[in-house]
Write a protein that binds this ligand. Sequence first.
Ligand SMILES: C=CC1=C(C)c2cc3[nH]c(cc4nc(cc5[nH]c(cc1n2)c(C)c5CCC(=O)O)C(CCC(=O)O)=C4C)c(C)c3C=C
Ligand SMILES: [Fe+2]
Ligand SMILES: [Fe+2]
Length: 355
Amino acid sequence: MPGHPDYTGPAGQSHDTHPKAGVLLVNLGTPDAPTAAAVRPYLAQFLGDRRVIDYPPLLWKAILYGVILRVRPKRSAHAYARIWTPEGSPLRVYSEALAKGLQAELSARVGGSVRVALAMRYGRPDVAGTIAAMQREGVRRLLVLPLYPQYSATSTGSVFDAVADTIKGLRWPPELRQVNDYHDEPAYIAALADSVRAHWATHGRGEKLLMSFHGIPERYVREGDPYFEQSQATARLLREALGLSEAEAPLSFQSRVGRERWLQPYTDETVKALGAQGVKRIDAISPGFAVDCLETLEEIAMQNAEFFREAGGETLRYIPCLNATAAHANALAGLVLRHGQGWTEFSPRTARDDA
Ligand SMILES: C=CC1=C(C)c2cc3[nH]c(cc4nc(cc5[nH]c(cc1n2)c(C)c5CCC(=O)O)C(CCC(=O)O)=C4C)c(C)c3C=C
Ligand SMILES: [Fe+2]
Ligand SMILES: [Fe+2]
């Protein structure tokens, strides 16, 4: 007789009596190639997510397939081509390297009982397939860490949807914990502050430190999304760590899509205004992105740098995300171990060996 079709247990799922804990890092996802053909299915999945765009489904489907997916893939592919590396999309390359770094850091701290894996919310490797692979390795306790420092329903919330959909179909789901956000994690703020100081030491100090976060529609915040508040809190903590005033380190929101009002002030308008006011040198950082991607490398480091020069500025220097640095892996390891408290796999090696 065939098994119940609604529930799966991956073939070869481990029934090991020494189960492991898994850390599932999830990032947004990125196309497989900087071409319109590869960008189109990626954008279709991303912009078809109702957490991201919540217009009435039929109307939105008509606009998405009738207009947006005819125009945007070509334009986006051109932008991706400007940042593509021999190893592929920066978001993928840095996310994979960060996952390796976190695995090494956790193995050093707690031994071999923790598995780190990386999934993408859109595209490959997907959340369901990655959780299935972890179960085959014997993962019975799963900690989900979306690579978004600030919670938004559009980003983090959507990752939780993908995890919930997966768990719902499993015959033997793992124990589950999820990290909502780490916008005020001291080690994360300290790592950001250190990266700014290192940048200043190498390149000198700009007149302003612009902190640019990805935007979301303002309406989502009115409807309860904590993203605006958490972005402001991150910005305030980074200012405090560096001893900067609000005027010295302004906050702005980038990447507006569509006609609705998004969170303000907009990054492009901010750099243009600073250029027009006579500011000559800006340092820019993106504390809302764990790793560099299209939105930082193309939109900030290229496009907005150009807007700044056109408005009368001289240089906008972009400070990279924490990417796969040891400081980043360290900060995330601390976060993971705190959220994994009580799970023996996450106990320091010596304490467990002594037990
Ligand atoms: C940092 C968190 C992010 C939030 C919040 C977010 C919301 C959001 N994004 C769009 C539309 C697009 N975003 C695109 C790229 C993109 N977005 C994030 C992160 C957040 N988005 C990242 C890390 C990236 C880069 C991906 C990469 O491959 O490097 C894009 C695709 C690129 C393009 O065509 O311009 C779109 C579209 C909306 C509508 C939204 C909230 C409603
Ligand atoms: Fe986005
Ligand atoms: Fe963008």
